[in-house]
Design a protein around this ligand. Structure first.
Ligand code: SF4
Ligand code: SF4
Length: 376
């Protein structure tokens, strides 16, 4: 009997293994050129979780020279999907996509780590909580034939920061498209894909496609959701017929509706990985913040395509929570200790949460909070 076909998974649907891919092979034989940039291997100080290490584990799992069990599969979840390694890879290898396929393989063999399985098993309940949390906001904001613009806030904002969902609606309502509809019944499904449940992700993508069908513009403030809708859905064969915008792109034409705010000094702007490296949106948030913040913005020593991750990507906060917080501390370290009230501002609910959890003394804000405060 194959080492893959154990009593535990016999009879279950399994992802077929067709031999190592180009990405797995290139990384497995690479002299670790991108090693220094991977935040996970930097904080864990383990070769196994370098991009080379994770891809080598996957390479051997696919070649069936390493038995596929929970322990062997665990490093496949040690990726923030930050794409930092791609910036330094001469071959343009997509490590996150490769490891994602590895997690799908592991999931199909029922060897996912428990926190990843909990993400999948808790998905329906999470979706129910998001709907409940913003039910009052959704009143009078259903999609209709007249809807020109919708807000798709994503589950994280609805569950953890419903005030910011309300703030985003107030900000969008001042634009030229009238009152924004609220589409907050569904999660984009990214947590399922990060856990390894590709079928669940596809079902979520199709639900979101139906919910947004026919709406001319949809604003997606969470860069993880925006990357899923713009890129991962398309890769999975699900195309959405609405124009997808980040909040920073949506407010650019109406910047005259905001006053200047003072934060007591310039704020440092943190590039969310999914917004910057994944979608190439670097200038819009800087333009918006420069307009709204009286003292302007400053740059981290590593910024734009070289920006370090906040620790909130992938399923790392669930599977490796200590690593996630250590990565957030590592991101803030180059700024030193703040003197007085100094602010780091970002444009992503996960980045805001991770950087705030680092306990560094820096005040951390999301662009939505500032825009709401600056609204004239
Ligand atoms: S991503 Fe590129 S640089 Fe990094 S290990 Fe793979 S082949 Fe080497
Ligand atoms: S995407 Fe980020 S966390 Fe994942 S291997 Fe590359 S650098 Fe490391």
């Amino acid at each position: 009997m194959s080492i893959w076909r154990t009593a535990r998974n016999r009879g279950k649907s399994e992802t077929p293994r067709t031999g190592p891919t180009k990405a797995q092979t290139y990384c497995a034989y690479c002299p670790k050129l991108c090693r220094f940039v991977c935040p996970v291997s930097a904080v864990q100080a383990r070769e196994t979780v370098t991009p080379w290490g994770k891809q080598t584990v996957l390479h051997e799992l696919v070649r069936q020279t390493l038995p596929l069990d929970e322990s062997a599969a665990l490093p496949l979840w040690a990726c923030l999907e930050c794409h930092g390694c791609r910036t330094y890879c001469d071959h343009g290898i997509e490590v996150p996509a490769s490891l994602r396929a590895g997690r799908v393989l592991a999931w199909s063999h029922q060897v996912a780590p428990k926190p990843a399985a909990a993400l999948v098993h808790g998905f329906s309940e999470r979706q129910r909580r998001m709907q409940l949390n913003v039910a009052a906001l959704a009143a009078g904001r259903a999609v209709s034939a007249e809807t020109k613009l919708a807000l798709f806030p994503g589950c994280k904002a609805c569950i953890d920061r419903p005030r910011e969902v309300a703030a985003a609606l107030r900000v969008l309502d001042v634009g030229p498209n009238g009152r924004a509809a609220l589409v907050a019944d569904y999660c984009c499904g990214l947590p399922l894909l990060q856990a390894g449940d590709r079928d669940g992700f596809l079902a979520a993508a199709r639900r979101v496609r139906r919910a947004l069908s026919g709406i001319p513009f949809t604003v997606v403030p969470d860069p993880g959701c925006l990357h899923a809708l713009r890129v991962l859905y398309v890769e999975a064969g699900v195309t959405i017929d609405t124009r997808l915008l980040h909040l920073s792109e949506a407010v650019l034409p109406v910047l005259g509706r905001f006053r200047k705010l003072s934060l007591g000094g310039p704020a440092f702007y943190h590039d969310p990985c999914h917004l910057g490296r994944d979608l190439g949106i670097y200038d819009a948030p800087r333009d918006v913040l420069s307009r709204v913040l009286g003292e302007g913005i400053e740059e981290f020593p590593r910024n734009r395509e070289k920006a370090d991750c906040c620790g909130g990507g992938g399923a790392v906060p669930e599977v490796y929570p200590d690593t996630a917080v250590a990565v957030a501390r590592r991101r803030l370290e180059p700024l030193g200790q703040p003197e007085g009230t100094r602010t780091v501002v970002t444009a992503c609910p996960s980045c805001r949460e991770m950087l705030a959890s680092a306990g560094s003394g820096w005040q951390v804000k999301d662009m939505i909070e500032l825009l709401d405060e600056a609204l004239l």
